[in-house]
Design a protein around this ligand. Structure first.
Ligand code: KE4
Length: 430
């Protein structure tokens, strides 16, 4: 198999590294854990991305989740174009923000009020401060391997890039702050109970990705999320669902629709901006009204509810709200999953795949993968080999074992067949 021609990406990467740490504006893009030169993308359309060397790939990174409609969807592009002509930012309320807030609330009945921000990190950070302010308690519980953005309190045994680079506890986070972040084991209710027994009356919230995507995709065990709901209610702590990935991904109403759980707060991002910078956090009205200017918990943002980002988000969510959308997406994902399953079974390479709808991860290890420890046991060198085998065959997947892959509505049956064939080819090299 001919290796990719990546002369232009190599040239740009050298230039980028002179001025941007690691040559990237987000670590996981650097290909550090899979090796090789990160591809500099020139353009994208539908299910494909094209790099600066003119290589075209079927894209399953999907900008880490937002591009569920596919790239440059005509309705999203025209919404952005229309908004841009009216100015790009006012620093004042707009009608679009009310429309987007109502679209979000329409999909998430647990959200009585919502505030828009500019990233998932900002949304999660604000939700944690709000939970602490509302309860008057300092400690939070998170789960090993889950990632909620890079706010200080969240960078304790974090997932995603922090896991990829083995920095789950980042330097720069004061020990005095980190000690208020307690970590439990995902799918292990007893580990949560123990934390509450030892910190009675001190835990403000349990923050969880209801379907983790940042240690790779892991499924919540039956009853696990219910147990979190019961324990937090009993203990007077808030349950915060971080649905930055799963929101509008695993269902229009996210994991809370799928599993029938109403959290006190929900964190959103990615898809709600249609590829532009939007995050959001929302939930119980009494909790949200603790936010300034109504209540005392401060939170703010110059570009919060930015008109272009909001226009893109409205166009995206309106498109997703059309009847039959998630059925179509599910059929595509089922078809791909079946084909890949067959390819892996035939290859004899030990793998384990976790999938919820159109988000999935294939771990290079014997299964099951149910938590951080089992995810971490994956053979990352084998993953890297598979990654490059796919890349050489025109398929672009996450440059890390500990991320999710995403099917979009733009992937055709032909694209999926091409992907399955590429997987067979890549696995034949093992
Ligand atoms: P952002 O600040 O990156 O918009 O969102 C942070 C965040 C919060 N919560 C969850 C569940 C998330 O997955 C994320 C961000 N996801 C990673 C990929 N797994 C973003 C990719 C990157 O860091 O470059």
């Amino acid at each position: 198999m001919a290796r990719l021609e990546t002369k232009q990406s190599k040239k740009l990467f050298l230039a980028a590294k002179k001025i941007i740490p690691g040559g990237v504006n987000s670590p996981v893009r650097a290909f550090r854990s899979v090796g090789g030169t990160p591809l500099f993308i020139a353009r994208a359309k539908g299910a494909t991305v094209t790099d600066v060397d003119g290589n075209v790939f079927l894209d399953y990174v999907s900008s880490w989740g937002p591009m569920i409609l596919g790239h440059a969807h005509p309705k999203v592009v025209s919404a952005i174009r229309g908004a841009a002509g009216k100015g790009t930012s006012y620093g004042a309320p707009t009608e679009g923000e009310v429309t987007l807030a109502n679209l979000i609330r329409g999909a998430f009945p647990s959200i009585s009020k919502v505030r828009l921000v500019s990233s998932g990190t900002e949304a999660a950070m604000s939700a944690v401060r709000l939970a602490r302010g509302f309860t008057g308690r300092d400690k939070i519980v998170k789960f090993e391997g889950c990632y909620h953005g890079h706010a200080d309190s969240m960078l304790v045994k974090a997932g995603s890039g922090a896991l990829t680079f083995g920095q789950p506890d980042s330097p720069g986070v004061p020990a005095d702050l980190a000690r208020h972040t307690l970590t439990a084991t995902f799918n292990d209710v007893a580990s949560v109970r123990r934390l509450f027994e030892r910190n009675r009356g001190k835990i403000a919230a349990v923050v969880v990705e209801p379907v983790p995507g940042n240690m790779g995709v892991v499924l919540p065990a039956p009853g696990f999320l219910d147990a979190l709901r019961k324990i937090t209610r009993q203990e007077g702590a808030l349950l915060v669902f971080d649905e930055v990935i799963s929101g509008f991904r695993v269902a229009f109403g996210g994991a809370q629709e799928l599993f029938g759980i109403a959290p006190d707060l929900t964190v959103l991002g990615k898809i709600i901006g249609g590829g532009l910078p939007v995050g959001a956090f929302g939930g119980r009205g009494d909790v949200m009204d603790a936010l300034s200017p109504v209540g005392p918990v401060y939170q703010a943002g110059t570009l919060s509810g930015n008109p272009l980002a909001v226009a893109a988000g409205i166009a995206c969510l309106k498109e997703l709200s059309r009847k039959g959308t998630y059925g179509k997406l599910g059929e595509k994902a089922d078809y791909l999953a079946e084909g890949l399953h067959g390819a892996f079974a035939k290859s004899g390479v030990p793998t384990w795949t976790n999938r919820v709808g159109s988000m999935w991860t294939t771990f290079f290890r014997k299964g099951p993968v149910v938590d951080y420890a089992s995810a971490k046991g994956s053979d990352t060198a084998a993953y890297a080999k598979y990654f490059h085998g796919l890349l050489d065959r025109g398929i672009y997947t996450a440059p890390s074992q500990f991320e999710a892959g995403f099917v979009s509505l733009a992937h055709t049956r032909k694209d999926l067949d091409r992907t399955i064939a590429a997987a067979r080819g890549a696995l034949a090299q093992f």
